[in-house]
Design a binder for this molecule. Structure first.
Ligand SMILES: [Cu+2]
Length: 339
């Protein structure tokens, strides 16, 4: 879990890029949950945390293609009502970008650390091929369902072919990698193993008191926030899967933004990627331009509450912890049934 040697030689490798974080060159082990700060963790522990992070993101939180990939965004849609990016785009994808790029100042990361400059670093292509590989694993080993929405299948991009002529490539033509002439090497995938499933730090906790979301939001997330959130009551048919929704996250797309989300956790500093209480995070990789943006973030929590021994609780403690200095405003936190 280090930058491979072929990318590292200043003298001989055309894959070398000087604009990588100097603290993250080998033997530094990648932190798939990186929050723009380096905490000293034993490399063996870091590898273990990364496996837990992958298990959580690929298996626990990504049960549908939209959870993996992100929600549809069609021309004319009101972006403020969308449920936003997919789990995998945020973690590990965004974190690998920001971990690899150089930190110029706390809010500006290049090359890999920002959208506009990421592809200047040759390692970008390996990173994105690996996201493609993860999608293949999710579809095949994890038996995920592919999208069937015609808007998605018929969407296209224009590329140049080997004769420098523009050609239209539809998504439906790219679904089977064997037709594109490649497959990924069949290697052991350690995070598929049940031993990498995050475990509760403590079960059936007595929850500390905290305000109701209506008393706190909307607010700027500039310090950790605790709220006690009411769970919905089941009535009639429909999904009983509960989703924690962080509503109306407002930020500037030009900024690096990250915050972590915990459930029924009374000590966030003791909670790590190997703990069930750590649900995951929201992140934004900086774009090259300013644009105010508003989106939502969803987390699956039914299995999590079961594992925490909190299935029968009618309320849960939700904690948001900012991991970046750039302004981010939150409009609400609620729990709904999946629809
Ligand atoms: Cu990327």
């Amino acid at each position: 879990m280090q930058i491979p040697p072929m990318y590292n030689s200043v003298v001989t490798s055309p894959l070398y890029d000087c604009l990588r974080n100097p603290d993250h060159l080998p033997p530094s082990v990648i932190n798939l949950d990186w929050s723009n700060d380096d905490v000293t963790v034993d490399p063996e522990v870091q590898i273990k945390y990364n496996l837990y992070t992958m298990h959580r993101q690929m298996i626990k939180q990504s049960k549908s293609p939209t959870e993996f990939f992100g929600n549809p965004y069609r021309a004319g849609d009101d972006i403020t009502t969308l449920n936003g990016a997919g789990e995998i785009e945020q973690t590990p994808h965004n974190n690998v970008h920001s971990w690899t790029g150089t930190v110029v100042d706390p809010s500006n990361l290049i090359n890999m650390g920002a959208f506009y400059s990421a592809a200047r670093d040759p390692i970008f292509y390996a990173h994105h091929a690996n996201v493609d590989r993860m999608w293949t694993i999710w579809l095949n080993q994890l038996k995920g369902n592919n999208f069937t929405d015609p808007d998605w299948l018929n969407a296209y991009f224009i590329f140049y072919n080997e004769e420098a002529k523009p050609v239209r490539v539809r998504i439906q033509d790219c679904l089977d990698t064997t037709k594109l002439g490649y497959t990924y090497e069949d290697v052991p995938i350690l995070w598929l193993d049940a031993s990498t499933r995050p475990q509760p730090r403590a079960k059936a906790k007595t929850l500390p008191s905290a305000p109701d979301p209506a008393q706190v939001f909307p607010t700027t997330l500039d310090k950790p926030i605790n709220v006690i959130v009411q769970r919905p009551k089941k009535s009639g048919s429909g999904s009983s899967e509960e989703i924690l929704v962080i509503e109306g996250i407002e930020y500037d797309k030009g900024n690096y933004v990250k915050f972590n989300v915990y459930i029924n956790e009374d000590d966030v500093n003791a909670s790590h990627p190997d703990n069930t209480e750590y649900l995951g995070s929201f992140s934004n990789l900086p774009h090259g331009h300013r644009m105010s943006y508003k989106t939502n973030k969803r987390f699956r929590i039914s299995e999590v509450l079961e594992e925490l021994g909190a299935r029968d609780y009618d309320r849960v403690l939700v904690t948001l912890v900012p991991k970046s200095v750039n302004p981010v405003k939150i409009n609400g936190v609620k729990i709904v049934f999946d629809s």
